[in-house]
Design a protein around this ligand. Structure first.
Ligand code: GLU
Length: 278
């Protein structure tokens, strides 16, 4: 008798354990749409050291255009701004953070590329930037990518600008790869390196931050379409985020957010881009 009920108890425990395991496996594959609806919370990967785009302020909160885009999209998915947790990502860990479920989406000056699409998917683009150079204000020689011969360049590991330098300028320049762009800025300001190369809109933020000490040079020499990264197979999530972006473009919130965050740097503000739904 006792043996039977003990067996029954084990059976129930075993069943419950299986059910729980299935439940959590499902949850990790669930669309961001369901996650937002059920949990009323989201974790968003953003940059923490890029003024105007994604910046952690001394009180620990985050500001910038990417933050505003993330909050708007979250709200459309049913999550209030106060229930969005921002988590710092650097260029090299964005795909991994999405794949491992450490973040629900990434809004971090994140270019849509075919290589990245092997691992994650993208809604957007919500902004188009282009690669340029940031040099010391008194540098009159380094005026663009055609003057890079013999120069010491800095960029960030895992970024598209670093890749472009390695692919196209490897013979003429020495490339130092840092973990963050702010580390590069320090090295250019300190005179150890000649220039930082990444997207013009990021560089404009640093030039404004160090007013008079740094300047952006060179016509943009790449096209960087910023997307919102999410799990690779989350088709419903991609559609919902694209719908949210479309609404943000149409109701004036996109322009307002861009003016309020990036506008201060003097960067020429573009029109909202065309979404590339797939
Ligand atoms: N947009 C480029 C990229 O996604 C450069 C900026 C960045 O590293 O975040 O790699």
């Amino acid at each position: 008798m006792f043996g039977r009920s003990l067996y029954a108890t084990f059976a129930v425990v075993a069943l419950t354990a299986t059910a729980t395991a299935c439940g959590s496996a499902e949850a990790s594959n669930a669309s961001i749409v369901d996650k937002a609806k059920n949990d009323k919370k989201l974790v968003v990967g953003v940059k923490a050291d890029q003024p105007g785009l994604g910046l952690r302020t001394p009180d620990g909160s985050f500001t910038g255009f990417d933050i505003e885009v993330a909050k708007y999209v979250a709200k459309q998915l049913g999550v209030e701004a106060k229930d969005v947790t921002f988590k710092e990502t650097v260029s090299a860990n964005r795909e991994a953070f999405i794949e491992q479920g450490q973040v629900d989406m990434v809004v971090a000056t994140y270019s849509i590329t075919d290589a990245r699409k092997q691992k994650v998917s993208f809604a957007g683009p919500y902004f188009v930037a282009g690669q340029a150079l940031l040099v010391r204000a008194d540098d009159t020689a380094l005026t663009g990518p055609d003057k890079l011969n013999g120069k010491k360049l800095c960029s960030v590991a895992g970024s598209t600008p670093a890749q472009k330098v390695k692919a196209e300028y490897a013979k003429e320049v020495q490339l130092q790869e840092e973990r963050t762009y702010s580390a590069c800025v320090d090295r250019v300001l300190g005179g150890q390196l000649d220039a930082l190369t990444t997207d013009n809109v990021i560089l404009a933020g640093y030039a404004a931050q160090y007013g008079g000490k740094l300047k952006v040079v060179g016509q943009p020499f790449s096209t960087e379409k910023y997307g919102i990264g999410l799990k690779k197979d989350d088709t419903a999530g991609r559609k919902a985020i694209n719908d949210a972006l479309e609404k943000m473009f149409a109701d004036g919130s996109w322009t307002k957010a861009l003016q309020a965050s990036v506008g201060a740097s003097g960067f020429t503000l573009p029109q909202a881009p065309q979404l590339e739904r797939y």
